[in-house]
Design a protein around this ligand. Structure first.
Ligand SMILES: Cc1cc2nc3c(=O)[nH]c(=O)nc-3n(C[C@H](O)[C@H](O)[C@H](O)COP(=O)(O)O)c2cc1C
Length: 445
């Protein structure tokens, strides 16, 4: 992460704001990020001095698609392709003996989460939350490594609540560890190069390790080392690592917490993490992801997953052009553009999309003349090319993200809308002669 920060400070100085005044820990980063968003920007925020804490706090590292693209040496418009190529060309991580992340070691009675600047983010939160914690663990059956963001509520000097609500690999590891009546050894990685942060948010096969994707994104093996008290590998140059176990068969209230939906949620798998060690760099920076429906949370929650879904859509559907997830839909709405050559393709594209991404509950499929990023244009297609009795399909009782406040018991419905022109559609789009357009432009210039 240090090389990335140096790069931003040197070449993109407007993309990082340093706050040198001493500020209170709770709510400050969230309030600052949301206010800057209201004013139209989402820079990285570095709070150098936090009241009653030694470590500084860095937030909004992953809020900019442009910076994330640059961090993996590509441009925004090529992000999906670069990411997709990396998914096909993993570079195995390289084991090193010890790393800068173990320069400082807190074990035994030294372990104290309260010494880290872990903030409260929203008025309704149940407590301080680690939001940028990537949970590293190993498959209880195969030993393959996994990395995933999991929100963590600090409940004591060595106890945290965790929610595995997205029911992906960590959830499955835990389920299988519990079948064996075993705790799951884990390490929480805080602050790593954005390539690792992107890999942590990625969808991958269960037999693939996110560290190898980070290597592919970096175009060189990611240095990893062994955690000290658990059998889990960690990025050797991370800022901070918290080691411990997710306890089998143990559940305690966790939350409420302000989630990406923009609502407070008490929905949680209510797991418990007991900490055995905390290690960090000598000059560690604590990294926070602004939660709620902040730009950072929505960008990071989507960008890597989008790249995976995009790759699969391209592989399966020759007529798929591209898609866009509008921020207003949090992670639940997706506009898909196709180059339609036969009836039924819109529905096929929509069905594949919701199969690949179970968070999505509304898909609108448009023709190739409609830009999915331009919401007005999508809604115009909906208004003029769609008839609800024929073009709307509803799938009931499908797996959804449990944090959707309108869902019940982890089940929800999907609405698939075909807003493409049907074969009998005969209306012609209005157009203006090119020379008249040019004249208008010259008169206005
Ligand atoms: C910032 C952020 C926070 C997240 N918080 C959680 C969480 O608290 N619980 C959860 O189950 N998933 C959470 N997710 C989603 C998972 O991390 C994500 O689905 C990940 O790809 C799962 O990886 P896996 O399939 O390797 O387990 C979060 C994602 C992001 C980007």
């Amino acid at each position: 992460m240090r090389t990335f920060l140096d790069y931003v400070r040197r070449y993109e100085p407007t993309q990082i704001v340093t706050i040198s005044d001493e500020v209170p820990l709770d709510y400050t980063a969230t309030a600052m990020a949301f206010e800057l968003e209201r004013r139209g920007s989402s820079p990285i925020l570095h709070f150098e001095r936090i009241t009653n804490h030694d470590l500084s706090l860095l937030a909004n590292v992953c809020a900019s698609r442009d910076l994330l693209a640059k961090s993996i040496n590509t441009q925004t418009e090529n992000f999906y392709e670069t990411f997709g190529t990396s998914l096909d060309n993993l570079i195995p991580a390289e084991m090193v003996s010890g790393g800068s992340v173990q320069e400082v070691v807190w074990e035994g009675s030294d372990v104290d989460l309260n010494k880290l600047p872990i903030p409260r983010h929203f008025a309704q939160d149940a407590g301080p939350y680690i939001t940028a914690g990537m949970l590293a663990a190993r498959d209880p059956d195969t030993g393959v490594g996994n990395l995933a963001y999991i929100r963590l509520q600090v409940k004591g000097s060595r106890r945290m609540g965790a929610s595995l609500h997205s029911r992906q690999h960590t959830w499955d590891y835990m389920r299988r560890a519990e079948l064996k009546k075993k705790d799951l050894p884990v390490a929480i990685v805080i602050g790593a190069h954005p390539a690792v942060m992107l890999a942590g948010a990625a969808k991958m096969d269960i037999d693939q390790d996110e560290y190898d994707l980070a290597g592919a994104l970096l175009n060189q093996p990611l240095p990893i080392c062994k955690a000290r008290t658990v059998d889990v590998n960690i990025p050797a140059n991370a800022e901070i690592v918290i080691e411990g176990h997710l306890l089998a068969g143990t559940h305690e209230p966790e939350g409420p917490f302000g989630e990406y939906t923009g609502y407070v949620t008490g929905r949680s798998t209510e797991n418990v993490l007991e900490v055995s060690a905390i290690t960090m760099r000598g000059d560690a920076i604590y990294v926070d992801i602004i939660p709620g429906n902040s730009t950072e949370h929505l960008v990071l929650g989507r960008i890597a997953k989008e790249a995976w879904v995009y790759k699969r859509m391209k592989e399966v559907l020759p007529f798929f052009v591209d898609f866009h997830y509008p921020s207003s839909g949090t992670h639940y709405h997706c506009y898909v553009r196709i180059d339609k050559s036969a009836e039924g393709q819109a529905k096929q594209a929509a069905q594949l999309l919701v199969a690949l991404d179970h968070y999505v509950k509304l898909v609108i499929v448009v023709d190739k003349d409609i830009d999915p990023v331009d919401q007005e244009s999508v809604l115009w297609a909906l208004a003029t090319r769609m008839q609800a009795d024929k073009d709307v399909s509803i799938l009931k009782d499908t797996l959804c993200n449990q944090l959707d406040p309108s869902s019940e018991n982890g089940l929800g419905a999907k609405m698939l809308i075909d807003a493409t022109k049907s074969s009998s559609f005969s209306a012609e789009k209005i157009s203006i002669p090119e020379n008249a357009k040019r004249l208008a432009e010259s008169l206005l210039d």
